[in-house]
Design a protein around this ligand. Structure first.
Ligand code: CDP
Length: 218
């Protein structure tokens, strides 16, 4: 059986990974896997059920009985409930990086991500895909952008979606999340040695997509 093609995209918060990954997936006819949505989904459920977020074992037990489905159009379901917008709200965004520090949560989600990666050609985005989840990926990208640019982009995105958004607060939150993600013990945010660095600060979406597709089709 031919091995599925794997494209890994990692990078800090709001660097444009999901926008670019979705467009690339469309062009290449690959499946897009948003691993951040999986971390957000379990965070949403922890908050929704009032589970103690500081109790790793309780969070692990909750995840073991939680069904997370990423639908083709980008919608996310938790136990058959549509949570696509709910997982992007401020409370989830504020707490997700704490949950993502938990080793047992990372291990469980990694297993689920590997199953997805073995079932189709995938573009998977996250923080540790090239370093930890798919170390043998065929293509690895590490996408960065200036933090001010990232905050501006997310601010616009939020407003377009009708999500409450304060630019200064957003920039502070993004910096804090990056710091937690880059400094955690288990599979921190880091550029894989063999990943191609893409700085999107001064590039349009179309330019980034063209550049990355160029590497894949070369
Ligand atoms: O889209 P945005 O950049 O806001 O973040 P996301 O991709 O939705 O990821 C939300 C959070 O999940 C990140 O800040 C990380 O704490 C965590 N995450 C992770 O630890 N590992 C991944 N592979 C994906 C996300």
């Amino acid at each position: 059986m031919k091995k599925c093609v794997q494209i890994a995209i990692d990078g800090p918060a709001a660097a444009g990974k999901s926008t670019i990954a979705k467009l690339m997936a469309e062009k290449l006819q690959y499946v897009y896997v948003d691993t951040g949505a999986m971390y957000r989904a379990i965070t949403w459920k922890v908050l929704d059920e009032g589970v103690d977020i500081n109790n790793e074992d309780a969070v692990r037990k909750l995840l073991a009985e939680t069904d997370i489905v990423l639908l083709p159009e980008g919608q996310v379901q938790v136990d058959h409930v549509m949570v696509t917008d709910a997982i992007r709200d401020q409370q989830v965004t504020k707490h997700v990086s704490q949950i993502a520090t938990y080793e047992q949560i990372r291990e469980e989600l990694k297993e689920r991500q590997i199953v997805l990666a073995n079932s189709a050609n995938v573009i998977m985005d996250g923080r540790d895909i090239g370093t930890n989840v798919l170390p043998q990926a065929d293509f690895k990208f590490f996408m960065i952008a200036d933090s001010g640019v990232r905050a501006q982009r997310r601010h616009k995105e939020n407003l377009a979606k009708g999500i409450e958004s304060d630019l200064d607060q957003l920039e502070a939150d993004i910096k804090k999340r990056d710091e937690t993600d880059a400094n955690r013990v288990h599979s921190p945010l880091k550029q894989a040695k063999d990943a191609i660095l893409i700085d999107t600060s001064a590039l349009s979406i179309a330019e980034v997509v063209d550049k990355m597709i160029g590497y894949v089709l070369k």
